[in-house]
Write a protein that binds this ligand. Structure first.
Ligand SMILES: Nc1ncnc2c1ncn2[C@@H]1O[C@H](COP(=O)(O)OP(=O)(O)OP(=O)(O)O)[C@@H](O)[C@H]1O
Length: 227
């Protein structure tokens, strides 16, 4: 589904603070799999996820997504691919304070031009699945950590993307909520989603839903094992 060939990422190239964050990553991600990236802080997990999710471009190397070479596409095509292919769940959830739960969930779908009424129905359905309909008009800042996380999951799913990308999704959750999160990922995998997670959390690596754990160090893949 996604193939990376010799992908490098260099920050501040040519400057005194030049930093090579990814050193020639070659990897393939099959559809309907759950892949966990692990590795010490600074090893390049977030950078790799950003490139996989078309949020950042590699400095060198090639990316193929569903048999389409996407490395050199102009930003407007990339934005469309990003919206149609990926749902993102971030460590801090990146929910927007001051607006409601429902509005947060709907935001990634606004650029699609879907009618507000039908979008609202879909967003409410997602909130219902995650037991949050009664919070739909709450402000984000009123939610508990677990609720905020389920809002973030709902938002990631609003465009029904085939691939979910989650960066340290359990970092702010206790053990019970982390296990619940992994169970939700299990359901999404059953529905046919492909899931990429960067995480330090053993609960993530050891979850039955994870097919492969890929270890990174200093911008390189050092180990890949089936889970
Ligand atoms: N925009 C940037 N400019 C310069 N350096 C950057 C930039 N973004 C990331 N880096 C550096 O690239 C390296 C890899 O960062 P990355 O966030 O990918 O690591 P990580 O493995 O996700 O770490 P963590 O587990 O702490 O989130 C780090 O040393 C980081 O400081």
């Amino acid at each position: 589904m996604i193939h990376l060939n010799a992908v490098r990422k260099v920050f501040n190239a040519g400057k005194p603070n030049e930093f090579v964050a990814l050193r020639g990553i070659t990897m393939s991600i099959d559809a309907h799999q759950v892949i966990a990236l692990t590795g010490p802080s600074g090893s390049g997990k977030t950078t790799l996820l950003s490139i996989l999710g078309c949020m950042a471009r590699p400095s060198a190397g090639r990316i193929t997504l569903m048999d389409r070479e996407i490395t050199s596409l102009p930003e407007r095509f990339l934005a469309e691919i990003r919206r149609g292919t990926f749902g993102f769940i971030f460590q801090q959830y990146n929910l927007i304070k001051g607006i409601t739960v429902l509005e947060n969930v709907m935001i990634p779908a606004y650029p699609t031009g879907e009618r507000y009424a039908s979008l609202k129905i879909r967003a409410l359905k997602l909130l219902d699945i995650f037991g949050l309909v009664n919070k739909s008009s709450s402000k984000i800042e009123w939610l508990s950590g677990g609720e905020a996380q389920r809002v973030a999951i709902s938002r990631a799913l609003i465009n029904d993307p085939p691939v979910i990308i989650a960066d340290e999704p359990t970092a702010h959750l206790d053990t019970k909520l982390s296990r619940e999160f992994m169970a939700i990922l299990g359901d999404l995998k059953e529905e046919g989603k492909t899931i990429l997670i960067a995480s330090h959390d053993p609960i993530v690596h050891e979850a039955a839903v994870v097919n492969r754990v890929v270890a990174m160090r200093d911008g390189e893949l050092v180990d890949s094992r089936l889970s």
